[in-house]
Design a protein around this ligand. Structure first.
Ligand code: SF4
Length: 329
């Protein structure tokens, strides 16, 4: 039976705009995330993809309440995270941990590996004594494929891939129910990326945490995701199983993103769909369907009426008036 671990409903975030003389009186906010609803089951990986600035990292932080939502609710294992006080939230964070993109910046250079990995255990009181924490650090290092002998070294002695293993050990040290992995392999060499992806998959299989995997590389996502959500200008425009998204994407934006992904077989070639224009500014989101200025099949209704996310054509949920499966042949 599928157990829902995380649920978000109507989540939105508007960052305040600039005002005053320097900004010529502009005060309109930046709509970074707009009306996002999603859920994740135990042991499931939901990948969130989209171009830079589409709101995927902000969404990850909203889910953990690292930033406060403007509206909407998040619950983890049935607890309404949005209603917790500051102190309650600090304790609750044990259940939801984050792995960041930059393994160089996210480890304190002055601390030993043992100290770094022990931090969450100390904060949340999951291991009562220093000795128990040290034993747990040894166990975690083995789990992430590092020798226990490294625990008294400092981060500067490690490569990017090894540092990301340390970050992952720290994240899983308190047995979280949810992990938000924000571009966890994009700063690593291609050869190391696969090792980290495999490690995350193995750990998930052992522990059963739900994982939100934020990425822009659709080739990487294909390896790790169970389901995929595609974001554009702060909204989810398509969400479905990996097979639905990769074999029959319905939204023109998803189709364009996937057309740029190299085929596994060199004998197969996809027709590349090149979108016109740049992603519009989230300060001035286009009316109707926000994708209409770049959409190759836009019609009049698209400029005035925002399409709702809905199941269409027996496939994924898609926000498009004219959605149609495209096998990307
Ligand atoms: Fe394109 Fe219209 Fe669909 Fe938006 S609703 S993706 S503009 S066809």
């Amino acid at each position: 039976m599928n157990t829902t671990v995380l649920k978000a409903e109507g989540l939105g975030k508007t960052f305040p705009g600039r005002s005053g003389l320097a900004s010529a009186g502009r005060s309109k906010g930046v709509r970074a995330v707009d009306d996002v609803s999603l859920s994740m089951n135990a042991g499931e990986t939901l990948a969130v993809v989209g171009e830079s600035g589409c709101g995927k990292s902000t969404l990850g932080r909203l889910l953990l309440r690292l930033i406060e939502p403007t509206e909407g609710e998040v619950s983890i294992d049935g607890t309404d995270v949005s209603s917790l006080s500051g102190g309650e939230m600090r304790q609750f964070r044990r259940h939801a941990q984050m792995v960041f993109q930059d393994p160089f910046g996210s480890l304190s250079p002055r601390r030993t590996i043992a100290r770094i990995i022990s931090e969450p255990m100390e904060s949340f009181g999951t291991e009562a004594t220093a000795r128990a924490r040290r034993e747990r650090v040894a166990e975690l290092l083995t789990q992430v494929g590092l020798p226990t002998a490294v625990m008294d070294r400092k981060p500067r002695h490690f490569s990017g891939g090894q540092r990301q293993r340390i970050c992952i050990a720290r994240a899983i040290s308190v047995s979280p129910r949810v992990i938000i992995a924000d571009e966890p392999v994009s700063a690593l060499d291609v050869s190391v990326q696969a090792q980290i992806i495999n490690l995350l998959q193995d750990l998930q299989e052992d522990s059963g945490f739900a994982m939100l995997f934020i990425a822009h590389d659709l080739a990487v996502v294909r390896h790790i995701a169970d389901r995929v959500a595609v974001m554009y200008l702060g909204r989810i425009v398509e969400i479905g199983s990996k097979d639905q998204i990769y074999t029959a994407p319905q939204h023109p934006y998803t189709q364009a993103l996937l057309s740029a992904v190299p085929e596994a077989s060199p004998t197969r070639r996809r027709k590349r769909i090149v979108l016109g224009g740049d992603v519009p500014s989230p300060v001035k989101v286009p009316s109707g369907c926000s994708f209409h200025p770049r959409c190759p099949i836009a019609q009049d209704i698209c400029r005035t009426t925002r399409p709702a996310l809905a199941h269409k054509n027996g496939g994924s949920e898609v926000a498009c008036h004219f959605a149609a499966p495209n096998p990307l042949g």
